[in-house]
Design a binder for this molecule. Structure first.
Ligand code: HEM
Length: 203
């Protein structure tokens, strides 16, 4: 087993358990009746924020790999992506089930008449498509189309921050912090592309 595979193999279970910590924290808060005056909102916010954090962590994989030269970091991209999907899916299910109480008319009205929900749905739809096509076999079968679809994680990041920003009532500090982190990650990606095309032109 080569060095990168070995590190990936050893660290994967540890990172997996770490990714479940936000879920465990929420379960502990439910058990201890520690969700405050609006438990549904508290649960929804918790999962939404962690969904967004995992999307940003996924976007940070390539910059970290390039900057540190540690190739094994890339082995965690799929896991982080699937956890992003998991946390956003729970965020969505809480909205659907506990907030909208599965009332179809309310759900449709929200999706079409509250722009921040429309944007959230667009981001969720892309995440579902990525989760469904995340296996190595499907990746091989789809070829370039797979890469194009999975590049839309940047769009998911933009939609997710926009969704957060739009529903904030007064203090925009938190979505602003996420927007800055996202801009840095997108900026780095654009710089990498520019460097690659410059090298290609020169050769
Ligand atoms: C990639 C997809 C998504 C991400 C990353 C995301 C993330 C977030 C975040 C970070 C918040 C703010 C939490 C806070 O105030 O602390 C939020 C709020 C909210 N999201 Fe999402 N969301 C996504 C998709 C959706 C979808 C599909 C729906 C429903 C169709 C939805 C419904 C809501 C609602 C109703 C709130 C406001 C909750 C409240 O009243 O505090 N989100 N979301």
């Amino acid at each position: 087993m080569d060095h990168n595979r070995r590190i990936g193999f050893i660290l994967k279970p540890f990172v997996f358990v770490l990714c479940l910590v936000p879920f465990a924290i929420l379960v502990a808060r439910v058990v201890n009746n520690d969700l405050g005056a609006n438990p549904i909102e508290a649960m929804q916010d918790h999962f939404g924020e962690w969904g967004l954090r995992f999307i940003l962590m996924m976007l940070a994989v390539t910059p970290l790999r390039k900057l540190t030269g540690r190739v094994w970091i890339a082995r965690f991209r799929r896991m982080l992506g699937l956890f992003a999907f998991f946390y956003v899916a729970v965020h969505f299910i809480i909205w659907l089930w506990l907030d909208r109480e599965l009332r179809l008319a309310d759900i449709i009205e929200d999706i079409f008449e509250r722009p921040f929900i429309t944007i959230g749905m667009a981001a969720l739809t892309l995440l579902i498509a990525m989760a469904l096509t995340s296996t190595a076999a499907i990746r091989r079968r789809l070829g370039k189309a797979w890469q194009r679809l999975h590049n839309s994680i940047y769009l998911v990041g933009v939609l997710a921050v926009w969704h957060y920003w739009w529903q904030v009532k007064k203090d925009i500090t938190e979505p602003l912090v996420y927007a800055i982190i996202l801009s840095v990650l997108l900026g780095y990606r654009m710089w990498l592309r520019w460097q690659t095309s410059k090298t290609k032109q020169a050769s």
